[in-house]
Design a protein around this ligand. Structure first.
Ligand SMILES: [Zn+2]
Length: 219
């Protein structure tokens, strides 16, 4: 296996587009660090291996629930499974800075679509690196455009749909406030643009603002 390759292609053509969780991996700067430690360890004479997982709810490949930015919004446990299972379209973004309405206008985005954006973020195995401040994000204008279009789900290939210096709050509010479910932290490096079948299942955290998820795509 090449170092840094997170995706695996499984049976029936499914591509794993989630990133591996490991201690010390990149996370949003003000979120808690990722720690995965054996608290029972067979190498130390315990009868089994059992680990403690400690991480923020918006780490690695994960989802945002409306509750992340909307007071009284739905939590992760209220997500309709149809939000993340079924047809999804991977759109390749040319803009090296952000996703803008002008570029989206060429793609004929329709009501109810699940849209995943493949940007240059996916080319750099971001989950193996330190935090990248200038990742490609969804501009607030594009977030409002997607909300007007009535898309169902939006996925991105870095830790946040919004930017680090700008449009962090605005983009989240525009998408989550419109009832759009958000997948973040995808690895789309081995996925071609176009129509796919998506399965992405976040942990069922009661009233969770977000949760880690496993995500798969199939042509
Ligand atoms: Zn988010």
């Amino acid at each position: 296996m090449c170092a840094g390759v997170s995706s695996t292609t499984g049976e029936d053509g499914w591509v794993d587009v989630s990133v591996p969780l490991r201690s010390g991996m990149v996370h949003w700067p003000d979120n808690p660090p990722v720690r995965i430690e054996r608290m029972l360890d067979m190498e130390r004479g315990d009868v089994a291996n059992v680990s403690t997982l400690s991480l923020g709810s918006h780490t690695g490949t994960h989802m945002d629930a409306p509750l992340h930015f909307v007071r009284g919004g739905q939590g992760m446990d209220a997500m309709p499974l149809g939000a993340t299972m079924g047809r999804a379209r991977v759109i390749e973004i040319r803009d090296p800075t952000s996703i803008k309405p002008d570029e989206l206008g060429h793609h004929g985005i329709a009501r109810g679509e699940r849209i995943l954006f493949k940007t240059r973020n996916s080319l750099v195995a971001w989950w193996t690196q330190d935090f990248i401040e200038d990742f490609v994000y969804v501009s607030r204008g594009a977030a409002r455009y997607l909300a007007r279009r009535g898309v169902r789900t939006v996925g991105v290939d870095y830790l946040s749909v919004g930017g680090f210096r700008e449009d962090g709050v605005e983009t989240h509010r525009a998408l989550l406030g419109a009832g759009i479910w958000v997948i973040e932290g995808l690895d789309l490096s081995r996925v071609e643009p176009g129509e796919h079948e998506l399965i992405c299942l976040p942990l069922k955290v009661e009233k969770g603002d977000g949760a880690p998820a496993r995500a798969l795509l199939r042509r």
